[in-house]
Design a protein around this ligand. Structure first.
Ligand code: PGA
Length: 250
């Protein structure tokens, strides 16, 4: 059986309180979504998580954070723990996004420790992996993805607490996407790797594709084998685009 798809939005550092209008439109639209067995999430900036969770409580739209600390609390100025996100009402947290790996020098080991913390707090960890353009051109895509999955996968991962997002760095925010065949190759590779690492959970773990997912390409990308949903950046900021992407699962 295929895992239940997850259509998730990553708002990144976008969104003031005015964005609640868009969030409530998304909440209402996904509540009308014809297919029951599709999950939805929006990961707004941390400042909006608590109010967003209040606005969506009991609906089909879940809320996520975009990062968390490895510890539950302590002297870490500016950081947010997984327990705090859970307390604010989040259900998911994105970890190891390429922008954090690049801007904050996050290593696989750190991402793994964050994912462990997320799981301990009862959140679903959405662990991101993906190659740069240079790595793809050099033919290193599978090697890079293998090392990232190997290094970032938390112990105790199950189909319920772990999601993997394959996001080629060169496709993020660029309008470029890999071919369906390239996506199929990487997703099948990750699935096979999961079968080695977490044999009992492997078939159920959602593997999302992310990187310039748009209404125009969503149906093709979501139809690829082992693609179990999308992690959407720019196009998740507008209800209309988000829902037209989700329509790939109608
Ligand atoms: P994009 O971002 O859809 O704007 O390319 C995806 C992501 O970074 O998660």
């Amino acid at each position: 059986m295929n895992p239940r798809p997850l259509v998730a939005g990553n708002w990144k550092m976008n969104g003031l309180k005015a964005a609640f209008a868009e969030l409530s439109a998304i909440r209402d639209a996904v509540s009308q979504f014809p297919k029951e067995n599709v999950d939805f999430a929006i990961c707004p900036p941390a400042t909006l998580v608590s109010a967003a969770a209040d606005m969506t409580r009991g609906t089909r739209l879940k809320i996520g954070g975009q990062d968390c600390h490895t510890k539950i609390s302590g002297a870490h100025t500016g950081d947010i723990s997984a327990a705090m996100l859970a307390d604010a009402g989040a259900a998911y947290v994105i970890l190891g996004h390429s922008e954090r790996r690049a801007d904050h020098h996050e290593s696989d080991a750190l991402v793994r420790a964050k994912a462990e913390a997320a799981i301990r707090a009862g959140l679903v960890a959405v662990v991101c992996v993906g190659e740069t353009k240079d790595q793809r051109v050099a033919g290193d895509t599978l090697k890079v993805v293998e090392a990232q999955v190997d290094g970032s996968l938390p112990p105790g991962a199950t189909a319920d607490n772990l999601v993997i997002a394959y996001e080629p760095v060169w496709a993020i925010g660029t309008g470029l996407t890999p071919t369906a065949a390239d996506v199929a190759e990487v997703h099948a590779f990750i699935r096979a790797q999961l079968k080695r690492l977490v044999p009992d959970a492997a078939d159920g773990v959602r593997i999302l594709y992310g990187g310039s997912v748009k209404p125009a390409n969503a149906a093709e990308l979501m139809a690829v084998a082992n693609v179990n949903g999308a992690l959407i950046g720019g196009a998740s900021l507008k209800c209309d685009d988000f829902i037209r992407i989700a329509a790939a699962y109608k």
